[in-house]
Design a protein around this ligand. Sequence first.
Ligand code: URA
Length: 265
Amino acid sequence: MVEKPAQMTLFGVPATVTEVAADATLPPAVANGPLSAANELPAAASPDILVPGQEGFFGVRATRAEALASLAARARECRRCGLREGCRGVVFGEGDPDSGIVFLGEAPGAVEDELGRPFVGQAGQLLDRILLAVGFRREQVYITNTALCRPPGNRAPLPEETAACRPWFEERLAVLQPSIIVCLGASAGRNLLGPEFGITRDRGRWYSFGQAKLMATFHPAALLRDPAKKRPVWEDLKAVRAEWTRFRSEPEAARSGGRPIPPGN
Ligand code: URA
């Protein structure tokens, strides 16, 4: 049973979530095309990562939240690119690490840098409303960015900066094991699917990314500039929500990601 959304007016259409038939086959065009080169995950996390479900030094199994907290502590020390010098701090990510779904933006802006939380400025408030419109509370999903530090003057992160941040993304993903990744905007889409990715052409389709299914949609900031983009985002996120509902209702063994921590933590 899908929750009734609290916010009904965002898209100017009734916000009841309709079940979209789950599409088991991924559209082959881009997944098998030139974008696939970047579309790989490392087989395993780096050896020093605290892996959820594995026994640590004290013989206690780490939860995902604990594994993320240990990763965040290491990320806060990162100086792999120059961004950290010019910002207040690392904006690591937040939300439910066991949700099985990750929303990925570009980089923190001024408000995010100030508060140390992703998507809390104007675009973030719109993201909250978009999520509610398809039946997600913000804290029900996991939200993060491809670059963890704010670029000066809110410019887009440079390719070398997102490349420097990529190992943190891969480690986050190894901990979160999401079933679904949603790229918010062209930058996140290019980052994960490769330089050929075009948001207008390639949004709204399912791709395969490691164990997860991935969809990209327009960034909420793009909706602020161009309200005509609300309708496609609404369609994309309805499909995301339906897929997430499907994953959640499947037997655990059949899920590709978002796996529960083994009992006995
Ligand atoms: N835009 C992003 O891409 N990420 C944020 O956290 C805020 C705005």
